[in-house]
Write a protein that binds this ligand. Sequence first.
Ligand code: AMP
Ligand code: MN
Ligand code: MN
Ligand code: MN
Length: 284
Amino acid sequence: MTSILNADLHCHSVVSDGTLTPEALAERAASNGVELWALTDHDEIGGQARAAAAAKAVGMRYVTGVEISVTFLGKTVHIVGLGIDTDNADLREGLEQTRGGRRLRAQDMADGLAKVGIKGAFEGALQYVGNPDLISRTHFARHLVETGVCKETNEVFRKYLTEGKPGYVEHRWATLKDAVGWITGAGGMAVVAHPARYKFTPNEEFALFTEFKGHGGRGVEVVTGSHSAAEYVTYAATAQEFGLAASRGSDFHSPLESHTELGTLPYLPGGLTPVWELLATRIQ
Ligand code: AMP
Ligand code: MN
Ligand code: MN
Ligand code: MN
């Protein structure tokens, strides 16, 4: 398979912080010409069977997926797992652990918001949650937009939900080693999601990719909705430097909120090994 494939290997459903069902996403992806699709909900694989069945129903190839929250050098880093066996017990247990602290964290976030006069945010955010195990900052953002505190979700993150802001709560997610281990132990390929988002220094980023490879990680997102065109070039070079396969995914969450529509990003640049070449046996 070449790099010229409309693969979209990163997006979210109501099973995490997206607003569409796996079935609606599959239809939308197919109608946008996606040829190979993965649903990658945060810390959760509860939507995988539905996504795979929906992909089949619309004649689209599918590969299983997840996006695991990791704490690395004090920042939250996301590791996408592709081609995982969703019945793998260690993976399932690891994901359950990772999801575990979200409810308490959300209550702490609501307490922080209450201190600046925004009351009832926990209950408000819960109204947007499709999966009670997976309450996320995105659900708070939707509630604060809906109640007129902010105009759009981006503004909520900027003013309330990022480091140093009233609704931000420090949280320890999985370790890089564990997340990569769960994915590879389940027969999958670990991929660093949207690396430009972390704003690491060059040394920190070198440490991330070196340790990621050392633990058995094999890919990096090059073309993602979170990267600029210049960043495609930067991370294409990173893929080559570290001998990583390259991935492509919109990170689509919602028709109203997402800037990047399913299946509409540029193709991967040439000269890279696309992740789908290495995933061939895991494609359904
Ligand atoms: P959480 O896992 O609860 O920390 O929530 C992280 C999610 O928040 C990400 O997966 C994005 O969907 C969303 N997010 C993070 N930063 C922003 C932002 N600046 N604007 C909109 N959504 C964001
Ligand atoms: Mn998200
Ligand atoms: Mn992410
Ligand atoms: Mn994502």
